[in-house]
Design a protein around this ligand. Structure first.
Ligand code: 4AD
Ligand code: MG
Length: 460
C-alpha cells in the first residue's frame, strides 16, 4: 500500500478506503477502550485523526505513545463524525517507528517564538513554523516561475569572492591562513600566502557578476544565499539571508520599478492562490487583516516618492523622530515606517537618493547630487528591495570608484563591461526573508529562515 500524505487524506477529493499514513503524533487522547491520535506529516496545517480501538494487540503500547513520536498507521479512511474534519482513519495496524519520551519539548501548549528559536531543530514540527516553511518553499518556486515566464536566465553567482559589492565593509572573511602564525610583511597580513592569493570573503550580493551575465543574456536573475557581518541586532537583519537579484540590460530606473512592482504583485497573488490554508492561519493567529492586505497589494499601484520629497514630507509632518531628518541622511527604519504607515499607507518606492549614501555602481543623475537608486519600502518591515540603474559610462564609474575609495584596478573586470559593449542597465535585490515577513505577518527575521544566523547564533 503506498503512503498517503495527510493533505490528500483530508482533501475534499479524498475517497474512503484503505490507507497508510506515516507521521508525527501531535496529540494523544487514550482511554481504556479507544485512543485518538492526531498525526501530522508536514504536508498541511491540519493533522489526521487516527482512531485506535483497544482490540489491537499492541494497544497497551499505543496507550503510552507520547507527543512527538513517529508512527505508521494503516486502516480505513472514513468520513468523520467529529466536527471540523472531513475524514478520519480507523486504524487496523499501528507501528511505532520512533518513540518520544515525556521530555519532548514541544508538548501541546503555546510556546513563545523566542523559546522555539532555542529548539530550531524541532520548531519546524509546530503549526506556525510548518506554515512558514511551506510558504517559503512555495514562494521559492514562484520566484523562479515569475522570471522563467519572462525569459530571464537563472545564474548561480559565486559564494566566495574578492569583491565587496556594497562597499560597506561587512564581508565575512574566508581564509586558509593560520591564525597562530605571526603576520608577515611588517605586521600586515600577507594575503598572497592565502589560498586564493588575495583577500576574499563570502559574497554580500551577486550583482556584480550578475551584470556580467546581463551583458550577454540581457535579462538574468540570481537567487541564493548572501552574507553580511552586520553587527546590528535587529528583527530584520540576518548574517545569512537569501536574495533575489534580477539584472536587466536596456532597462532604466522606471522600468526597474515596474518589474519590481510586477514581481511583488505576482508573489502576493501566488500566495493567495497556492498557500490559502497557511495564509488563513497567519491571518487568524499572527496578523489580523493579512489576507485583505495581500488582496489589495496584488493589484495595487505602487506609490513613488523621490528621496528629496520624502525628506520634505518627514520634515513637515511634525513627528518627533529619534534620528532627525535632513537632506543627505540615510532613512532610518522609523522614517521608513512613517512614510509607509502614515504618509502613503502601503508599499512605496523611494528614488534618487544622495550619491554619498549609496553604492558606487549606481548611475549618477544630471543634478550631480543624486543617483538613480530605488528602494521599495513596505509597512511594518521597512526596506524589502534595494536597486538602481547602473553607471554604464566607463569614465564616470572610474570617478565614482575613486571617490568611494575603491581602487579601479581591483575591479578591472567590472570596468571591462563598460569598455566593450556597455549598455544602460538596471536591477534590484529583494531580501527573501524580508518579503516572507511581509506575507506571513511574522515580525522577526529569525522566524522565517530555517536556522537563523545572527550575532552569537550559529548553533544547529
Ligand atoms: O539594499 P541592498 O544592500 O542591495 C544590494 O545588495 C544590491 N546589490 C541589490 C541589487 O541591486 N542587485 O540589499 C538588498 C535587499 C534589501 O533591500 C533587504 O531586503 C535585503 O536585501 N537585506 C537583508 N535582509 C536580511 N538581512 C540583512 N542583513 C540584509 N541586508 C539586506
Ligand atoms: Mg539597501
Amino acid at each position: 500500500l503506498p503512503r498517503t500524505r495527510v493533505r490528500d487524506a483530508l482533501s475534499s477529493h479524498a475517497r474512503p478506503g484503505a490507507c497508510l499514513v506515516k507521521g508525527w503524533v501531535r496529540t494523544v487522547r487514550a482511554g481504556k477502550n479507544v485512543a485518538f491520535l492526531a498525526v501530522n506529516d508536514g504536508s498541511c496545517l491540519d493533522s489526521l485523526q487516527a482512531v485506535v480501538d483497544s482490540s489491537l494487540q499492541n494497544y497497551p503500547e499505543i496507550r503510552k505513545i507520547g507527543t512527538g513520536a513517529c508512527i505508521a498507521v494503516r486502516g480505513e479512511l472514513v468520513p468523520s463524525p467529529a466536527q471540523g474534519q472531513a475524514m478520519e482513519l480507523q486504524v487496523q495496524q499501528l507501528e511505532i517507528l520512533g518513540e518520544a519520551d515525556p521530555q519532548y519539548p514541544l508538548q501541546k501548549k503555546r510556546h513563545s517564538f523566542e523559546y522555539l528559536r532555542s529548539i530550531a531543530h524541532l520548531r519546524v514540527r509546530s503549526n506556525t513554523f510548518g506554515a512558514v516553511f511551506r510558504m517559503r518553499s512555495a514562494l521559492s518556486f514562484a520566484v523562479h516561475q515569475f522570471f522563467r515566464e519572462r525569459g530571464f536566465l537563472y545564474v548561480h553567482t559565486p559564494i566566495i569572492t574578492a569583491n565587496d559589492c556594497e562597499g560597506a565593509g561587512e564581508m565575512f572573511r574566508v581564509t586558509t591562513l593560520d591564525p597562530q602564525a605571526p603576520p608577515l610583511n611588517n605586521g600586515r597580513i600577507d594575503w598572497s600566502q592565502d589560498f586564493f592569493g588575495e583577500r576574499t570573503g563570502l559574497t554580500v550580493s551577486g550583482q556584480l557578476q550578475g551584470e556580467s551575465f546581463a551583458t550577454a543574456f540581457s535579462d538574468i536573475y540570481t537567487f541564493g544565499p548572501t552574507f553580511r557581518a552586520e553587527n546590528s541586532n535587529t528583527s530584520r537583519h540576518a548574517a545569512e539571508f537569501w536574495m533575489i537579484e534580477p539584472e536587466m540590460a536596456f532597462a532604466d530606473l522606471t522600468e526597474n520599478c515596474r518589474v519590481a512592482a510586477d514581481f511583488l504583485r505576482y508573489l502576493c497573488q501566488f500566495s493567495l492562490e497556492e498557500c490559502a490554508d497557511d495564509l488563513k492561519f497567519f491571518d487568524a493567529r499572527i496578523e489580523k487583516g493579512l489576507i485583505d492586505k495581500l488582496e489589495n497589494l496584488a493589484d495595487a499601484e505602487f506609490a513613488t516618492l523621490s528621496y528629496t520629497d520624502a525628506v520634505k514630507e518627514l520634515q513637515a509632518c511634525g513627528e518627533q523622530f529619534e534620528f532627525p531628518v535632513e537632506w543627505g541622511c540615510d532613512l532610518q527604519s522609523e522614517h521608513e515606517r512613517f512614510l509607509t504607515e502614515k504618509i502613503v499607507d502601503g508599499p512605496l518606492f523611494v528614488t534618487d537618493y544622495p550619491r554619498q549614501i549609496k553604492a558606487f555602481y549606481m548611475r549618477s543623475n544630471d543634478d550631480g547630487k543624486t543617483v538613480a537608486a530605488m528602494d521599495c519600502l513596505v509597512p511594518r518591515v521597512g526596506e524589502i528591495i534595494g536597486g538602481s540603474q547602473r553607471e554604464e559610462r566607463h569614465d564616470v564609474l572610474v570617478q565614482r570608484m575613486i571617490e568611494a575609495g575603491i581602487a579601479p584596478e581591483s575591479l578591472g573586470w567590472f570596468l571591462d563591461l563598460r569598455r566593450w559593449g556597455s549598455c544602460p542597465h538596471a536591477g534590484f535585490g529583494l531580501g527573501f526573508e524580508r518579503f516572507l515577513m511581509y506575507v506571513t505577518g511574522m515580525s522577526n527575521i529569525r522566524d522565517v529562515i530555517p536556522f537563523p544566523r545572527t550575532t552569537g547564533n550559529a548553533a544547529f
